[in-house]
Write a protein that binds this ligand. Structure first.
Ligand SMILES: Cc1ncc(COP(=O)(O)O)c(C=O)c1O
Length: 368
């Protein structure tokens, strides 16, 4: 069986370093906001070619706190892709604002910059883009639009560690790059963790308050903050894994190349563009026979995933919040199929998946 992902396998190469990091923290007696967190923050800011990094508890909090730190008027409109993972939309709602959905490009799954103008209102104050599956959005167009209309740009980089557009890293185009280090991410912790990178010193300072009860000095609370701190143990694990992130990315890009070269022509593969340095958090193909194909692949010993089965505007939690029709999001949610691609997969695993694809019966070969 080829698993979709095995975290034990993906972490195998660094297991001893992770064990040493855990032991170091355990014995240090300092578990919250200590030297591991500040070292990781400095190392990750440098990796991201940014100025500041603020570690937080998870990717959702990174988004919520970044939107809160903008200090927008309550109930501002925030533009966001109609097919993003629910966290991006939840963050806007949790921060007290109104998500306004913008349809993506069918071929890239990313927000379509040409549709931003049709969604703007006098209450629009920000655009929150998601670099889905490890591919950068078309950021020069997004930032030009935002500048022209005086909007803040927040980047959801939960899936795009190290992805670039025209050589520039995702997370450095807007005021905030919001990262998740959920264990399956290209840079994954051994539990929940997240971070925000920013070039803006005052914004960074505000985030440092907000993640810690609105306080930077013990028992003095300047803002209505949260408890959303990155802990020392996760920071120590992340420091180990950050050292290997470029290798993980290179490995996943090489696995993606095997798919590009060996998957049959009828398969609708991810789009590759010269300006975009993709990191393949997910390798998502599209097919109208998605569910039947997925079942057939499973019977042949290949596990796959769907990102995501239900569009945000069709989620029960979003009733009355997200209204309107989003046919492109619907189409993507009905047709996307994610193939195995992880640090724990070897080239021969991906060749095997391609062999299985070559044998797919004609009835299951419909493209989207
Ligand atoms: C695009 C996107 N945004 C936000 C999140 C939220 O991150 P977390 O699970 O760390 O809260 C995730 C990951 O789960 C994600 O994929």
């Amino acid at each position: 069986m080829i698993e979709y992902e095995s975290l034990a396998k993906s972490n195998q190469a660094v297991m001893e370093k992770l064990e040493a990091a855990a032991s170091r923290v355990l014995r240090s007696g300092w578990y919250i906001l200590g030297s591991e967190v500040s070292s990781f923050e400095a190392e990750f800011a440098s990796y991201c070619e940014s100025t500041h990094c603020i570690g937080v508890a998870n990717g959702l909090d990174a988004l919520i706190l970044s939107i809160e730190a903008l200090d927008l008027p309550r109930e501002s409109d925030v533009l966001v892709a109609s097919n993003t993972y629910i966290a991006t939309i939840l963050a806007i709602v949790r921060a007290g604002h109104r998500p306004v959905l913008v349809e993506p490009e069918l071929e890239t799954f990313n927000i379509d910059p040409e549709r931003l103008a049709g969604a703007i209102t006098p209450r629009t104050k920000a655009v929150c883009v998601t670099h889905l599956f490890g591919k950068s959005c078309r950021m020069p167009e997004v930032t030009a639009f935002a500048e022209a209309h005086g909007l803040h740009v927040i980047e959801d980089c939960a899936q795009s560690h190290g992805a670039r557009y025209d050589g520039k890293l995702t997370g450095t185009f807007g005021i905030a790059g919001c990262f998740s280090f959920y264990p399956t991410k290209n840079l994954g912790a051994i539990g929940d963790a997240g971070a925000i990178v920013t070039h803006d010193e005052a914004f960074a300072d505000r985030l440092r308050y907000l993640r810690n009860y609105g306080s930077k000095k013990k028992y003095e609370n300047a803002y209505l903050g949260l408890n959303s701190r990155l802990d020392e143990m996760q920071a120590a694990f992340l420091r180990v894994k950050l050292e290997h992130l470029d290798e993980v990315t290179a490995h996943k890009r090489a696995l993606a190349d095997i798919y590009f070269e060996n998957l049959p022509d009828w398969v609708l593969k991810p789009v590759r563009r010269a300006a975009e340095h993709d990191v393949f958090h997910i390798f998502g193909i599209r097919t109208t026979q998605r569910d039947a194909l997925r079942q057939w692949l499973l019977e042949q010993g290949v596990k796959t995933e769907v990102h995501y089965p239900i569009a945000p505007h069709r989620q029960r939690a979003m009733q009355g919040i997200l209204t309107g029709d989003y046919p492109i999001a619907d189409e993507l949610h009905a047709t996307e199929l994610s193939l195995p691609i992880s640090a724990g997969h070897e080239p021969h695993d991906i060749c095997r998946v391609c062999e299985v694809f070559a044998a797919i019966p004609a009835a299951l070969r419909a493209t989207a």
